[in-house]
Ligand binder design. Structure first.
Ligand code: NI
Length: 185
């Protein structure tokens, strides 16, 4: 396995619409895609991310990986098992939205307040080409919307309603996180 280089904002690959994966290529014995998926997972773990989309490692194809187990960037959000999604599509976006502070490995050190639907339906394939359909809510729904946006050439900045709510991580902790903790205590 190998670590992959993260594409940062400004790299045109992040602004391209990613191509669907051919499922025959995916399941081909000894094919490159299975190794690529393993490398994506290793890179996500190494970078401490909750999710990673293929364009973020310079491949404009529709693959997303996610996993979350008590990540210090998102305390108290429950957990998401390791998931690999091929050609994922979201539908049935709930009208109800919730604002959450997002970050992104391609926008190092930024945090922004982003509204996301609280419930969505996911249709995709797993890494073996088996189809998946499920309704997702909570933090997993937020992560899915964030990662699948990368496949459309979008980043969380594009979803923000108010750019005065964009902050560096250090200032986020000093000026925003404390305020939220005070408000909820
Ligand atoms: Ni991201």
């Amino acid at each position: 396995m190998a670590l992959l280089k993260i594409s940062k904002l400004g790299n045109p690959v992040l602004r391209k619409v990613a191509k669907p994966v051919d499922l025959n290529d995916l399941t081909e014995p000894g094919g490159e895609l299975q190794t690529f998926i393993d490398n994506m997972i290793e890179t996500m773990h190494h970078e401490g991310g909750v999710g990673l989309a293929a364009p973020q490692v310079n491949q404009s194809i529709q693959i997303v990986v996610l996993e979350y187990a008590e990540n210090e960037r998102y305390p108290g959000e429950g957990s998401i098992p390791l998931t690999v999604l091929i050609n994922p599509v979201l539908s049935d976006y709930s009208e109800e939205e919730q604002d959450g502070w997002e970050s992104c490995l391609s926008l190092v050190d930024f945090r922004g307040l982003v509204p996301r639907s609280t419930t969505i339906t996911l249709t995709a394939y797993d890494r073996n080409g088996k189809s998946i359909q499920k309704t997702v809510s909570g933090f997993e729904a937020v992560v899915l919307q964030h990662e699948i946006d990368h496949l459309k050439g979008l980043v969380f900045l594009d979803r923000m309603k108010d750019l005065t709510q964009l902050s560096y991580q250090e200032e986020f902790e000093e000026f925003w996180l404390k305020k939220e903790e005070e408000a909820s205590s």
